[in-house]
Unconditional design. Sequence first.
Lengths: 263, 160
Amino acid sequence: MRKQYSPFTYITFFFLINTILCSLTPIILHAELISGYEFISEQAKEIQNDDFQNPGFSVIENGLDIYNEVGENEVQCSNCHGLNGNKFIPKSIAQFPKFHEILDKPVTLRDQIQYCWVERLENFPLLYDDIQLLALETMIRNKAFGEKVNVDINEKMKPYYEAGKAFYFTRFGQMDMNCSQCHDIYTGQMLRGQKLSQGHTNGFPLFRLESQKMVNLPQRLRECFRSLRAETFEQNSDEFRNLEIYLNARGNGLKIETPAVRY
Amino acid sequence: MFVRINILVVHSLIVLFCFYSNNISASPEIKYIVEGDNIFNPLGGLEGDPRNGRELVRNKNKGNCLSCHHLPIPEDDFHGTIGPSLIAVSQRLTESQIRLRVTDMKQVNPNSIMPGFFRGPEKMNRISSIYENTTILSAQDIEDIVSYLITLKTIQTKTF
């Protein structure tokens, strides 16, 4: 004979299961990768989606102009990468930072642009926060729009990835916080008026509403360091390069959104 | 005319400097004793001013507590949700418990995200040279904030 349960037992069970599910939500949510896009206001989303309103698109135009200029040796980017960059392979752009066999170290997309600029066009090196470099990076990264980030972290990349990961969990500055606290533990919570995102990099270079400026990742990281009241690192330092490897790989699978609009 | 402009410039520079150095807090020469999860004696024997405390918890260059905590301060639109709400906090915690938490939360929970507002700078990693050898808040600031928080006994707004 089937045992009869009182309705109260069912209600208790219902609540019990609900409680368990609710307490698990942060963990379940956490396992899922969420682009910073999901954390911005509807208004900001509209700006990002509209090519005319999104300031990133005029930066892409500038990038194309620079792309089509000839270098000191009469060579230009399009000799190898096609008119307006139509020979760039989105899957390959989405793999940066990757290991560079000649330089024998990992290179970011910025490093790679710099490498071609100096070695192939025989130009004078660009400063790491030069707006020309920013424009080129935005234009090229945009070629992989919608492609999934796919950084390889095996073999030669492994030690650099591990160093970046250790950095991510290191506390910095007078505020004495690490990246993970804001972007893993308290994701979704409000820091005053600002909702904390998972801190992904799939939108970079991006337009910041706060400073009304286009920034690349190291420039954004320097802002983070300033707000932690910590001594920052050079834009092309090994520390920031390793961190970029970790951050990009942490978002492996997210679609590239360059040029994104963020707070 | 020229002299007057000069005086003006020098004056504004002094004002700027004072403002700047005001933002950067005092060195933590004052010692305190932790017993359990309490600091019983006011830091440096100072007396707190709750009205100033209320300003400090809002000020982005000072306590900036609102960035993480809800407080009964309706003038500010946005209150953070990272830490627990501090509405009626003194129903839950005593003055001496609050003092330790505001002074250095990491002595209560070593993994806390809450900054140690009067924690020794030698325990921090890579402090920016601007803030070298300073604490985020001065002992007086801490006492002002503590004296404000202990007035939060009910869910009502306190304006003084």
